[in-house]
Design a protein around this ligand. Sequence first.
Ligand code: ADP
Ligand code: MG
Length: 327
Amino acid sequence: PRLANQIAAGEVVERPSSVVKELLENCLDAGARRIDIDVEQGGVKLIRIRDDGWGIPEDQLPLALSRHATSKISELEDLEAVGSLGFRGEALASISSVSKLSLTSSAEGQEQGWRVQTEGRDMEAQLFPAAHPRGTTVEVRDLFFNTPARRKFLRTEKTEFGHLEEVIKRLALSRFDVGFHLRHNQRTVHQLKPAESQLERERRIAMLCGPAFIDNAVCVDVEASGLRLWGWVGLPTFSRSQADMQYFYVNGRVIRDKLVAHAVRQAYRDVLYNGRHPTFVLFLELDPTGVDVNVHPTKHEVRFRDGRNVHSFLFSTLHRVLAEVRP
Ligand code: ADP
Ligand code: MG
């Protein structure tokens, strides 16, 4: 089974940022309100993520590291309406097969915490008592220590950290209600408190995307025929273009989608901003049955049941909003 895990690990664990993505999704799935992320050497030496979610009960702790162990799908129909971010039950197994991993958790109503740890191939996942407040800490050390070929594909510390920070940014933009604290090599990079009010949200966006974006953005919040679009659209400034400042969420998940990109670009282009890259942080909300988010295993793609309706809603909404502020 370890060999299978290592092969599977290639699909999920490409680099430190993919580890962080999987671990953070687990924290959010567990209802965390505050997440601390500690990283050393771009995540290659250490990724430690602590949350205050509902934790993992003692008897389920060793299980959490085994392949296809997921607590998130109880029946097949659940697949249709998967609300949680992870549901394949292979992230922890894959990560543990290519790193030195420890999982410490204290579940609701439990007297104390427990820890399991593994070292790559070493299958023993022994259970130790451990002090831990309610919630979970996953510590991933020496990523790819036992798969030198994969290790060779890692880039510089700076590049790996950049990828990792981007993953955190994406999630932090989608969950204003959760606090994130990111430290790299013992230094705080982002300290984001839960943001409730519009002002606090915009402050978080300013911290993550730079004040230039939010200072030149218009707010959107439009609802029609079961669709809601809210967020911020950046107006072009004469500062450097930010081609990568494009965040689009469907029901809370970040996606990249041709239909969406086309509708946004079209509206942008129509209302004068010819040749400029649209910049935006936008959230589309619709009935979960109107969208299939499991088209692709990395879950960045979606398929809308009524794509034409979504396209025209996005286009007309953004067109109107941009036209209103046209100088
Ligand atoms: P999946 O998320 O697809 O279920 P994972 O391998 O990511 O699979 O996690 C396996 C299981 O471990 C989860 O289903 C969950 O029960 C448990 N788990 C992992 N991380 C956490 C966490 N931070 N808090 C609570 N439970 C967790
Ligand atoms: Mg998961």
